[in-house]
Design a protein around this ligand. Structure first.
Ligand code: ADP
Ligand code: NA
Length: 324
């Protein structure tokens, strides 16, 4: 059976970009593949985090995983820091990766821009991500398009290691959706929707109230043309909203263009609010049921055990190859 690995950082504000770009795929993949879904808490501290919120945000993400339909009996759900092999392989891969390669990572360039005290971990983060993936002999990594470059680096590291030390790692592939892989900010469709943007109306989180969703959608930046049609270049705002509508409703973009032919942005946005809210309502209902349950703790305990078994055996293989 093919292996799948992916992760979400416990940094709060899990938004519909995270969901449509990555997490929704997790639910589909678990039916036919052996899936490991991680809460990557070690990644989250590459930028300062409040110690009081990391664990709470970790439980939020785990609860959201279950609430969107990840079945802990079909998939392994676990927390990165519960499995020490991640940090250990991360180190070994740092020693098999070059400064030049990490220097080329656009996410690092974006996140470090304008700061005069950049944590070393922000720079080496892609090698830890490579370790996350390679530990599970992963074939497929479902992610949003912003992670494409990091998966390519992971492949390069795996191939180089295999050439130098003999076949050790499975070389993984990114799975990036045709549509929804890059949901844009609602207030500025030239940027991707993000957890950390200051304006709360720039995103819709999975835990937003119906009123918050309404406010964000109704305020979303559009254009003055007045026609609902998909044109990423000239109509990035409407195109983004069409993508979101399509991904939540299952209707194609062209079906939506037909449905709203001759209608104004107001009517379109009103319907979109309904579509988003009805999906979020289901997720939030399940979320509330489990967020404070013992079930979550049990899931993480069993998940860590299952993950550790696979991860430790890969780490052992790597250490033997390297001569430890
Ligand atoms: P973020 O990038 O929001 O800080 P993570 O790093 O935890 O969140 O990413 C979790 C997943 O969500 C990754 O697979 C990432 O590619 C995806 N993702 C993040 N932002 C978006 C977006 N705006 N549109 C689509 N997918 C996204
Ligand atoms: Na990301």
């Amino acid at each position: 059976m093919k292996r799948v690995f992916s992760g979400v950082q416990p940094t709060g504000n899990i938004h519909i970009g995270n969901y449509l770009g990555a997490m929704k795929q997790f639910v589909e993949l678990q039916e036919t593949m052996d899936c490991f879904f991680c809460v990557v808490d070690l990644h989250s501290v590459t930028l300062p985090q409040d110690p009081k919120s990391i664990y709470e945000h970790t439980l939020d993400v785990v609860s959201l995983y279950v609430a969107i339909g990840i079945d802990p009996f079909k998939s392994t759900i676990f927390v990165q820091s519960h499995v020490p092999a991640h940090a250990e392989l991360g180190w070994l891969l740092q020693c098999n990766c070059y400064m030049g390669e990490l220097n080329r990572m656009t996410q690092y360039k974006d996140k470090s821009k304008g700061s005069d005290s950049v944590p070393v971990g922000l720079f080496t983060y892609p090698t830890l991500m490579a370790a996350d993936i390679l530990l599970y002999d992963t074939h497929i990594v479902p992610v949003g398009s912003d992670q494409k470059q990091h998966i390519e680096l992971t492949r390069d590291i795996a191939i180089r290691f295999n050439n130098r030390f003999g076949k050790t790692f499975v070389v993984p592939e990114a799975q990036i959706k045709q549509s929804g892989a890059r949901i844009m900010a609602l207030d500025d469709p030239s940027k991707k929707m993000s957890k950390s943007a200051e304006n709360p109306l720039s995103r819709i989180t999975l835990l937003d109230s119906p009123d918050q969703v309404k406010k964000a959608v109704m305020k979303a930046t559009t254009d003055s043309e007045g026609h609902i049609r998909y044109d990423e270049e000239n109509k990035p705002g409407i195109s983004n909203l069409l993508t979101i509508y399509s991904e939540f409703s299952g209707m194609s973009i062209s079906e939506l263009e037909q449905k709203y032919e001759g209608m104004g942005y107001g009517a379109f946005k009103k319907d979109l609010v309904e579509v988003i809210n009805s999906s979020l309502e289901n997720i939030q209902q399940r979320y509330r049921k489990i967020r404070n349950s013992d079930e979550i703790i049990q899931i993480l305990k069993e998940g860590a055990q299952r993950a550790e078994t696979v991860a430790n055996s890969t780490l052992q293989r790597v250490k033997e190859k390297m001569g430890f």
